[in-house]
Design a binder for this molecule. Sequence first.
Ligand SMILES: Cc1cc2nc3c(=O)[nH]c(=O)nc-3n(C[C@H](O)[C@H](O)[C@H](O)COP(=O)(O)O)c2cc1C
Length: 249
Amino acid sequence: MGVAMYETKTELFKVMYSCRAMRRLRPDPVPEEVLLGLVEAATQAPSTGNGQNWRFVIVRDRDVIARMAEPWRRGNAFLTETAMAMPARPGEDIDQRRRTLRAATYLAQHLTEVPALICVCVRHDPLAEKAARSRATFRAGLRHLGLWRMVRLAFRARANTEQELWATAYPAVQNLLLAARAMELGAALTMPLVLAPKGTYEKILGIPRGTLLAAVIPVGYPQGRFGPVTRRPVETFVSWDRYREPALS
Ligand SMILES: Cc1cc2nc3c(=O)[nH]c(=O)nc-3n(C[C@H](O)[C@H](O)[C@H](O)COP(=O)(O)O)c2cc1C
C-alpha cells in the first residue's frame, strides 16, 4: 500500500514519502528568502487556540554555531555509544541504525559548516496562563467538571502547559521539514538539547525563560540524493476499535 501511495498520489505524498533526515549537507549558503519561506511554511501549521506562539531563531553566525557544536558533539558521542549497545528491536535493520548514527556523527562533526540552523521555540502564552488562573476559569471548572477534577487540573497546570508547548512545536517542525524537502533542501529534526545540561543551548541563543526550545533543524543543500523513507507496513501500527499490540512482522 505504502509504495502505491508514493507512486500514484499527489506531489505532497511524494514529498512526504521521501522526507528523509538529511544530515550530510553542503556548506553553500541558502538564500535568506528561502530560509524565510521555510519558516513561513512552518507557521501554516495548527497551534493550540491558534496562539501561533512559535519563535524561530535562524542561526547563520559561525561563532554561535561553533558554540553550539561543542555540547552537540559530546551529546552525540554519548548517544552513539548507547544506541549501538541497544539490542535490535523486532524487525529492525541494525545496519540502518548504524548508518543513521554515522550520519548523526557526521553532522555533529561538521556542524560549523552547515549553512543554517533553524531553532524552533514556543513561547508561553501569558494571556492564556492568566486566564487559566482566573476566578472565572475556576468557577466554570466547578460548574462543568466538578471540584475534584478542577483541583487535579490545577495541580497538573504546569505539566499541561509544558505538553501544550511541545505539542504546538511539532506540527510546525514537520511542515518545515516537508517544505525543505519540496524545495530540494536537506534538513533533519534534531533534539540535541536533551543531551546537554539544562539551558545550555538556550543560553547560547539568548532564549528567555518560559520559552521552550523544542528542536534544532540544520538546513542546507544535500550532499547525497533523496530517496524513500523506510517504514514498517501500515498494518504493524494499527489495531481496530480497541488497542491491541499489532504483530511486528
Ligand atoms: C523527537 C525526535 C527527535 C530526534 N532527534 C534527532 C537528533 O537529535 N539527531 C538526529 O540526527 N536525528 C534526530 N531525529 C531524527 C530521527 O533519527 C529520524 O527521523 C529517524 O532516524 C528516521 O529517519 P528518516 O526520517 O531518515 O527515515 C529525531 C526525530 C524525532 C521525531
